[in-house]
Design a protein around this ligand. Structure first.
Ligand code: F6P
Length: 566
C-alpha cells in the first residue's frame, strides 16, 4: 500500500511547526540579518531572496527533511533519466531534452532522443531562414512576412509568453524587422476576425500547432484559415501557406499539409511543457530568427543543469517549490500572485497558470489514492505596477496571497527625462522594492496614531503585514533570461508535484467538458438542420439551448461559407 506524503513523520512535523511560525511576524524576522543572508541565493545571474517568507532556518531544514521523505532527489533523477514518471499515460517527461546540447545523451525507452531533437531544430533553422530571406515564397510569388500560429493551451500560451517578452528586446525587434506574428487560439470566430484583420493571405504563413492534431478548437480554426487561404489563392496555395507542428504526422497529412512541411515532436513532451519544441521554436524562429531562439533554449538549459545538480540549499527551483508547498499545504494559502515588474512579461502569468494548474490541480496521488489535503495552487498575476491599481488592495489588507516579485535590473527600453527625479525604469523598480516590504511589515495602529491619524480611520489604515513574498532579480530580459525564467517555473512546479506525490504530467480533468461539448455540438447540428427539438439534457441546459436556438433562428442552415470581414 503506497504511503501518502501526509502520513509521514516529516509532514506531521511540518504541521506542528506551523504553531512556532505563527508566533513570529515578518517585521521581527526581517531584523535578523543572519537569517536574511541565509535566505538568499544566486545562480548564473539570477538572484533569489526568500527572506520574506514566513519561515526560519528551522523551517527550511524541515522542508529538506520532507523532500527526503518524498524522494525528491530520486524523482528529479528519474525525470532526467527518461523513466516513465507520467505513469497514467505511460510516458517519460523529457522537456529538458528539448534544450539539451547536441553532445548530450538523454534516453527514453532505451533510445537517445537528443539527435532527433536536433534534427527537427536544424530543419526549423533551414525553413525559417528560407522564409525570412525570401527563398520560400507564397503561391503568388510574394515573401511571407506574417505568421498566424493556430493552437491552444500548451500549443499557444508558452509561445505567446516568449513572443511578448521578446517583442521589445531591441535586438530581437531589429531581427523581426517589421514581420508580424499572431496567435489564433480561441474557437470564437471573433478571434479569427482579429487574427486575419489587416492581413493578406498572399503574404501570410499559417502554422497549425497541435500535439494531437485532434483538438476541436485548433482543427476548426485550421480549417477556417485553410478556407481563408484557398478561397483567396486557390487550393493549391495551401502547400505554400500552411505548415504544421505535431506529434501526429499522419493526421497532418490527412488534413492536407505536406509532410515535408511538418515539424515533429514527441509524446514525452507534455503540451504545457512544449514551448522549447517546434511548438515554440518554429513560430519564434520565423519571427526573430533561429539564433534568438537558440539563446532562449540555452537559458532554459542553464537552469536544467542547475536544477539537476545543485544541492537543494541553493537550488532555485527546489527552494521555490518547497516554499510553495509550505505556503499551500501548511500555512493554508491556496493562491499565488505572479508579479513581474516589466510589461514584457505580461503573458508570464497566463502561461504559468496552465503549467501550474494543469500540472498540479489534482485530487488523487500518483497511485490513485484520494488526497487528504489540497494540492495545486491558484495562480494569477499582472505586471507591476498595473496590478497595484487593481488587486493589490486585497493582497495588502484582505486575503494573504504569497507573491512572486520579478524585477529586471536593466530595462529593455530605458527612458530618461531631463528634469525627472529618477529615470522611468527606476520609477518602476521603486515599486518592485517597496511592495514586498509593505506586505511584510504592514503598518500598526501605533504608527498611525503617532502620525495623528483620526482614530475612526485607524482600523481602515492598519496593515497587518506578515504577508510572504519572494523576490527574483534578473540582470536583463533577453532571450537567454526568458529561457531561465521559464525553466525555473517549470521545475518549481514539478518539485511541488513530486512532494505532494501526484502526477504533474497528465491532465484528465480537461476531458469531461470536452465530451459534453460534443453532445451539445450534435444537438445544435440536429436542431438547426433537421429541426429536431432539444433532448437528453437536464432542465436547465435544455432551457438555455432552446432559448439560444430560438433567438438565433436566422443562422444559415444551408451549407455555406462565410468568413469574417474586418
Ligand atoms: O486543454 C487540454 C490540452 O490537452 C492541453 O494539455 C494542451 O496543451 C491543449 O489541450 C492543446 O492540445 P493540442 O496541442 O493537442 O492541440
Amino acid at each position: 500500500m503506497a504511503t501518502l506524503i501526509s502520513d509521514t513523520a516529516p509532514w506531521k512535523d511540518m504541521k506542528a511547526h506551523v504553531g512556532e511560525i505563527d508566533k513570529t511576524h515578518l517585521r521581527d524576522l526581517m531584523t535578523d540579518t543572519e537569517r536574511c543572508k541565509s535566505m538568499m541565493t544566486e545562480f548564473d545571474g539570477i538572484f533569489l531572496d526568500y527572506s520574506r517568507q514566513r519561515a526560519t532556518g528551522e523551517t527550511i531544514s524541515k522542508l529538506f527533511t520532507l523532500a527526503e521523505a518524498a524522494n525528491l532527489k530520486k524523482k528529479i533523477n528519474s525525470m532526467f533519466n527518461g523513466e516513465h514518471i507520467n505513469s497514467t499515460e505511460d510516458r517519460s517527461v523529457l522537456h529538458v531534452a528539448l534544450r539539451a546540447s547536441k553532445d548530450t545523451t538523454i534516453n527514453s525507452d532505451g533510445k537517445n532522443v537528443v539527435p532527433e531533437v536536433w534534427q527537427v531544430l536544424d530543419k526549423i533553422k533551414e525553413f525559417s531562414d528560407k522564409v525570412r530571406n525570401g527563398s520560400w515564397i507564397g503561391a503568388t510569388g510574394k515573401a511571407l512576412t506574417n505568421v498566424i500560429a493556430i493552437g491552444i493551451g500548451g500549443s499557444f500560451l508558452g509561445p505567446l509568453f516568449v513572443h511578448t517578452a521578446l517583442q521589445t528586446d531591441p535586438e530581437a525587434a531589429k531581427s523581426a524587422g517589421g514581420r508580424q506574428l499572431r496567435f489564433l487560439a480561441n474557437v470564437d470566430p471573433v478571434d479569427v476576425a482579429r487574427n486575419i484583420s489587416g492581413l493578406d493571405p498572399e503574404t501570410t504563413l499559417v502554422v497549425v500547432v497541435s500535439k494531437t492534431f485532434t483538438t476541436a478548437e485548433t482543427m476548426l480554426n485550421a480549417r477556417t484559415l485553410r478556407e481563408w487561404v484557398s478561397s483567396a489563392l486557390g487550393p493549391q496555395a495551401v502547400s505554400k501557406h500552411m505548415v504544421a507542428v505535431s506529434t501526429n504526422l499522419k493526421l497532418v497529412e490527412k488534413f492536407g499539409i505536406d509532410p515535408n512541411n511538418a515539424f515533429a515532436f514527441w509524446d514525452w513532451v507534455g503540451g504545457r511543457y512544449s514551448v522549447c519544441s517546434a511548438v515554440g521554436v518554429l513560430p519564434l524562429s520565423l519571427q526573430y530568427g533561429f539564433s534568438f531562439v537558440e539563446k532562449f533554449l540555452k537559458g532554459a538549459r542553464s537552469i536544467d543543469q542547475h536544477f539537476h545538480s545543485a544541492p537543494f540549499e541553493n537550488n532555485i527551483p527546489v527552494l521555490l517549490g518547497l516554499l510553495s508547498v509550505w505556503n499551500v499545504s501548511f500555512l493554508g494559502y491556496p493562491a499565488r500572485a505572479i508579479l513581474p515588474y516589466t510589461q514584457a512579461l505580461e503573458k508570464l502569468a497566463p502561461h504559468i497558470q496552465q503549467v501550474s494548474m494543469e500540472s498540479n490541480g489534482k485530487g488523487v496521488s500518483i497511485d490513485g489514492v484520494r488526497l487528504p489535503f489540497e494540492a495545486g495552487e491558484i495562480d494569477f498575476g499582472e505586471p507591476g505596477t498595473n496590478g497595484q491599481h487593481s488587486f493589490y488592495q486585497l493582497i495588502h489588507q484582505g486575503r494573504v496571497i504569497p507573491c512572486d516579485f520579478i524585477g529586471i535590473v536593466k530595462s529593455q527600453q530605458p527612458v530618461y527625462l531631463r528634469d525627472e527625479v529618477v529615470n522611468n525604469h527606476d520609477e518602476l523598480m521603486s515599486n518592485f522594492f517597496a511592495q514586498p516590504d509593505a506586505l511584510a511589515y504592514g503598518k500598526t495602529p501605533e504608527q498611525l496614531q503617532s502620525e495623528n491619524v483620526a482614530s475612526h480611520l485607524v482600523p481602515h489604515k492598519t496593515f497587518t503585514g506578515n504577508r510572504p513574498s519572494v523576490s527574483l532579480l534578473l540582470p536583463s530580459l533577453d532571450a537567454y533570461r526568458i529561457g531561465q525564467l521559464l525553466a525555473i517555473y517549470e521545475h518549481r512546479i514539478a518539485v511541488e508535484g513530486f512532494i505532494w506525490g501526484i502526477n504533474s504530467f497528465d491532465q484528465w480533468g480537461v476531458e469531461l467538458g470536452k465530451s459534453l461539448a460534443s453532445q451539445v455540438r450534435k444537438q445544435l447540428h440536429a436542431s438547426r438542420n433537421k429541426g429536431e427539438s432539444v433532448e437528453g439534457f437536464n432542465f436547465s441546459t435544455t432551457k438555455l439551448l432552446t432559448r439560444y436556438l430560438e433567438a438565433s433562428a436566422d443562422v444559415p442552415s444551408e451549407p455555406t461559407t462565410l468568413l469574417p470581414k474586418i
